[in-house]
Design a protein around this ligand. Structure first.
Ligand code: NDP
Length: 265
C-alpha cells in the first residue's frame, strides 16, 4: 500500500516518544493518519509492536524501538542511530514521554524531585539533542513537546512536576529562537487533565490519600476544568498534528493550552 500524496504529511518521517499508550499513542496514530511514517518508542516493547502493526496496516512505515529516554546512551544508540540509519533524516519529533508525581513540599522527597526532572526535562534535552543535528542538516523540522498546564501555572503538591514542565517550556522557547534560522519550528502543547492511564493513576492516588471513592476523585479532577470534563487524548493529538502541518510554518516558540479554559495565559 502506498501513501496517497494528497495527505498533508505524506513522505514525512516522525518520532514519537512515550507512544505505547495515552497521549503518545493517539499522536502516533494521528500522524500516521495524516500520512507520516512513524517511529514509536517507550520502554515496553509489546505495546509498541502492537501499535507499529496498526500503523503498518494504515499503509505507513513504522519502527518500534524500546528505549528509556532518561538514559542518554539508549537515546543515542538504540533510538536516534536506528531511526536516522533507517530513514536518513527526521521531519517531526514529538517529545511526549513523561510522568507525574505529587507530594507536599514540606518533607519533600528528593527522589521525586530528581525523577520528575529526569523524565520530564532531561529526557527531552537528550532526545532533542540527538535528533536536532539531522534537522539542521536538512534545514527543516518540527519539534513538538507535550508539556502541561503545570508549565503555565502552579498548584499544590506538584512542585517537582511543575518545575520540570516549566523547565521544558523554557528549553523549547530557547530552541525556537536558536533553530529558527534552520527552518525548524519548536512548540509546546499544554494539556489539562487528559483521560489516560496517567490520570487513572492520579485518580487512584487521590482516592487513596483522601479516602474518597475513585468515582468521586475522578469527578473532582473533571471539575478542575471549566468544561467539567477530562480532555480526550485525541484532542491533544489534533493540536500536535496541526503544528506539523505545512500551513503552521510561522508558528514557533508557542505553548498552546488544551485544558477547557482553566488557564488563560
Ligand atoms: P501515560 O502514563 O499514559 O503514558 C506515558 C508514556 O510514556 C508511556 O508510553 C510510557 O511507556 C512512556 N514512558 C514513561 N517513562 C518513560 C521512560 N523513562 N522512557 C521512555 N518512555 C517512557 O501518560 P500520558 O499519556 O497521560 O502523558 C503523556 C505526556 O503528557 C506526559 O509528558 C505528561 O506529563 C503529559 N501530560 C499528561 C496529562 C494527563 O492528564 N494525562 C496532562 C498534562 C500533560 P513505558 O512505561 O512503557 O515506558
Amino acid at each position: 500500500m502506498t501513501t496517497p500524496q494528497s495527505l498533508p504529511l505524506a513522505g514525512k518521517r516522525a518520532v514519537v516518544t512515550g507512544a505505547s499508550r495515552g497521549i503518545g499513542r493517539s499522536i502516533a496514530l494521528a500522524l500516521a493518519n495524516a500520512g507520516a511514517d512513524v517511529a514509536v518508542t517507550a520502554r515496553t516493547k509489546a505495546e509498541l509492536d502492537e501499535l507499529a502493526d496498526e500503523i503498518a496496516r494504515m499503509g505507513r512505515q513504522a519502527i518500534a524501538i524500546a528505549c528509556d529516554v532518561t538514559n542518554q546512551r539508549q537515546v543515542q544508540t538504540d533510538l536516534a542511530s536506528r531511526v536516522l540509519g533507517a530513514w536518513r533524516g527526521i521531519d517531526i519529533l514529538v517529545n511526549n514521554a513523561g510522568a507525574s508525581g505529587s507530594a507536599k513540599f514540606l518533607g519533600h522527597d528528593d527522589e521525586l524531585w530528581h525523577r520528575m526532572l529526569d523524565i520530564n526535562l532531561t529526557s527531552v534535552y537528550y532526545v532533542t539533542k540527538a535528533f536536532v543535528p539531522a534537522m539542521v542538516a536538512q534545514r527543516s523540522g518540527r519539534i513538538i513537546t507535550i508539556a502541561s498546564i503545570a508549565a503555565r501555572t502552579g498548584a499544590t503538591y506538584i512542585a517537582a512536576y511543575a518545575a520540570s514542565k516549566h523547565g521544558v517550556l523554557g528549553l523549547m522557547r530557547a530552541l525556537a529562537v536558536e533553530l529558527n534560522p534552520s527552518n525548524i519550528t519548536v512548540n509546546c502543547v499544554c494539556p489539562g487533565y487528559v483521560d489516560t492511564p496517567m490520570t487513572d493513576r492520579s485518580i487512584a492516588n487521590v482516592a487513596a490519600k483522601t479516602g474518597m471513592g475513585e468515582q468521586q476523585a475522578r469527578e473532582a479532577l473533571e471539575k478542575m476544568s471549566p468544561q467539567g470534563r477530562l480532555v480526550q487524548p485525541e484532542e491533544v493529538a489534533r493540536i500536535a498534528v496541526f503544528l506539523t502541518d505545512p500551513a503552521s510554518a510561522s508558528i514557533t516558540g508557542q505553548a498552546i493550552n488544551v485544558d477547557g479554559g482553566s488557564v488563560m495565559s
